[in-house]
Design a protein around this ligand. Structure first.
Ligand code: NAD
Ligand code: DAU
Length: 340
């Protein structure tokens, strides 16, 4: 039985939504959040629950073993979000991805092992499966699809997945992996396409669309992802992988037009820019395993509605993203777009 949950990376986009979700859905649990507050970690993401007596924040790196050992000893289960998460940054510099995603996961696994075992949910990504062709719409990623990571980011996630599976196989760790498609919703760092485009447009800037704009992603609202992770934590089978997806494939041009239409802006606000190197063409998830085994299904309202709500959230929270965009972010943006 879980009384105290350890979450890593709870100050990022999905982690902060998950912390809030768990405190709401499991009122008797205590929750500790370890996060090193890298560029994408933001205390403002959890400002509304900081004073909740069930919640504790610890600022530390998941590679800091003494701290991690002490925190793991106190909990019954771990949900591991902490990672470097942006593909474009991994193309600029892969090193931080290896340190956080590979070594960081190993550090946690060793801590869990040292504590005699804990349920360990590793939050991974559909990107580990590589890319699907546009002309074979019937193809989707299942849990048995071979790993074929294409970016340094996805390679680091695939490496961490393999480590998790090896610790289950060799040491009998009660470890599980989730692989989810693209998330959207509140508190997403505005380097990712949806918040980047909404906030650029809100500032009167155009939006940089990579390549021909026909790359496809399978979009899922972050709350649906949180619900799926909780279902896996409570009901998943040790050693298993669970795919999570929205059955909601959109190409980037469609997505951009939808955002422009919601904001009442013309399609001339798109600037085509050079493609991302190695850009995966299409992701699509077959989530039938988690549906059948755990009864999970996305419950958020329709895509147009959820996207409109997301646009509204960013327009209603300009302080949140203006603060981010005025800092180190400006140098990243210049490197990524202006000098492209
Ligand atoms: P994010 O970049 O918004 O958040 C990452 C968090 O991890 C930040 O709070 C950061 O401070 C923290 N962190 C990074 N390195 C750390 C370290 N060494 N020690 C402690 N904390 C550290 O990322 P996100 O989009 O919320 O993604 C969270 C997880 O979900 C990642 O593992 C990612 O691979 C996975 N995922 C993301 C998506 C998506 O669409 N965003 C989809 C599927 C899976
Ligand atoms: O599929 C899950 C993954 O989704 C997660 O594992 C990653 O952490 C998350 O960042 C996300 O990866 P993507 O690379 O798909 O997301 P991103 O928002 O960077 O890009 C989405 C699509 O939009 C992709 O085809 C590239 C395109 N794009 C992105 C940016 C930032 C643009 O056309 N212009 C842009 O400026």
């Amino acid at each position: 039985m879980i009384r105290h949950l350890l979450v890593t990376g709870g100050c990022g986009f999905i982690g902060s939504n998950f912390v809030r979700f768990v405190l709401r859905e499991r009122p008797r649990w205590r929750l500790t959040n370890i996060d090193d507050l890298t560029y994408s970690g933001n205390l403002a993401n959890l400002a509304d629950i900081t004073d909740d007596p069930r919640y504790r924040f610890v600022k530390a790196d998941i590679n800091d073993r003494p701290t991690v050992d002490a925190l793991v000893a106190e909990c019954e289960a771990v949900v591991h979000f902490a990672a470097e998460s942006h593909v474009d940054r991994s193309i600029q510099d892969a090193r931080p991805f290896i340190v956080a995603n590979v070594l960081g996961t190993q550090s946690l696994l060793d801590a869990v092992r040292g504590a005699g075992g804990r349920r360990f949910v590793h939050v991974s990504t559909d990107e580990v499966y590589g890319s699907l062709p546009l002309d074979r719409p019937e193809l989707r990623f299942s849990e048995g699809t071979p790993l074929h990571a294409n970016s340094p980011y996805s390679a680091s996630k695939a490496a961490s997945d393999l480590l998790v599976q090896s610790y289950h196989h060799t040491f009998g760790l009660d470890a599980l992996i989730t692989r989810c498609s693209n998330n959207f919703g509140p508190y997403q760092f505005p380097e990712k396409v949806i918040p980047l485009f909404i906030t650029n447009l809100a500032e009167g800037h155009k939006v940089p669309l990579y390549g021909d704009g026909l790359n496809v992603r399978d979009w899922l609202h972050v709350e649906d992802h949180c619900e799926a992770i909780l279902a896996v934590l409570e009901g998943g089978r040790a050693g298993e992988v669970y795919n999570i997806g929205g059955d909601n494939e959109r190409n980037n041009l469609e997505l951009t037009h939808a955002i422009l239409d919601i904001m009442g802006l013309g399609h001339d606000m798109i600037t085509p820019v050079a493609d991302r190197p190695g850009h995966d063409r299409r992701y699509a998830i077959d989530a039938s395993k988690i549906r059948h085994e755990l009864g999970w299904t996305p419950s958020r309202s329709s895509w147009p509605r959820a996207l409109a709500d997301t646009v509204a959230w960013y327009l209603e929270h300009p302080h949140w993203w203006r603060e981010i965009k005025s800092g180190e972010y400006r140098h990243y943006y210049a490197r990524q777009y202006t000098e492209r």
